[in-house]
Design a protein around this ligand. Sequence first.
Ligand SMILES: NC(=O)c1ccc[n+]([C@@H]2O[C@H](COP(=O)([O-])OP(=O)(O)OC[C@H]3O[C@@H](n4cnc5c(N)ncnc54)[C@H](OP(=O)(O)O)[C@@H]3O)[C@@H](O)[C@H]2O)c1
Length: 341
Amino acid sequence: MTLGWAIISTGRHPDTKMAPAINAAADATLIAVASRDAGRAQAFAHKHSATSAYDDIDAMLANPAVDVVYVASPNALHLEHTLKAAAAGKHVLVEKPMALTAEDCQAMIDACANAGVKLGVGFHLRTHPGHQRVRELLASGGLGAVTLTTANWGRGLRGQIKPPPRADLQAWWDDPAMAGAGAFMATGVHCVDLMRYVLGREVTEVTALNDATSDRPLEELLIMSLRFDDGSLGTVMTGRRTPDYQGNDVMVYGSEGRAGVRESIAMVLDGTLDINTSDTEASEPYKNHPLALYTWQVDAFNSAVAGYGEPAASGMDGLRAAQITRAMVESASTGRRVDIP
Ligand SMILES: NC(=O)c1ccc[n+]([C@@H]2O[C@H](COP(=O)([O-])OP(=O)(O)OC[C@H]3O[C@@H](n4cnc5c(N)ncnc54)[C@H](OP(=O)(O)O)[C@@H]3O)[C@@H](O)[C@H]2O)c1
């Protein structure tokens, strides 16, 4: 069954990753795109072979050929756009961070459940085969009792990243009301979601330090310590003040050894599986591919809509990330450890 996909917003992520991934996926056709600007919608539709371009989201949602809506608007708008899409009876794949608060995430979960549509969240790192292999090893007990999990996503200074093509594209990332938090919303949520994914555990405590100031309230660099519900510990470093950072890895240590993937935390399929336990030794590189993680994310979502399995990440995964984000901000600003119920 081929599903018709539509995209809300024409920013960098849908342009460089998700529209090409939808076009590359097995059972997906890009039908439509909506922008605040008709010219941008038409240019995007032309570039990515979508049949329809809209400057009105409601008009796009009225198109019966649209089965799935991919929400790629600024973080603060994910709530409104997901609620609209669910009300129109469309399945929703919403970008991370799912929303700015756990309450908003819950409203999105409820709206999709009430409408009988699937809801997925754009945590693409779950589709990496190395991460899946580590998760399976842990689930089978192959690492013994887990003690420590680490995940880092460090990037270069803002000036070393390609500048945004339009000023408004940077402006929303610098606005606390639109972005919700700083570097954690860009890359940190991926790290904590990946840790939850490979461990199959929930975070119960957070302690964080970040570089936010009263002049610049959104952090650009942060470190955090986590406790999981099995009592094991975790650490995360993320931000954009670490030029040429080496070590964008996820690694789990347990009583029987270690298992993880080196340099796999990225926007491309990449990295090397690294397992060394009493029973297993593996070091396997993954061939770099710019779109594979996102194409598999679309494939998993389509399968879920067709009744096979679930999206790579659920609404509840997005909600958990929102709880951890709030705990990170509170801990960094108060200097205290924050419990997550
Ligand atoms: N999973 C991942 O790997 C990944 C990677 C990057 C980003 N993301 C997520 O994807 C979402 C979009 O990120 P992006 O990098 O594509 O952002 P971006 O390049 O800044 O684009 C955001 C788009 O949102 C639309 N928009 C609507 N209201 C806006 C406003 N008030 N100000 C600015 N833009 C507005 C604009 O499209 P129109 O002008 O067409 O309306 C704009 O192009 C974010 O939630 C981000 O966290 C996920």
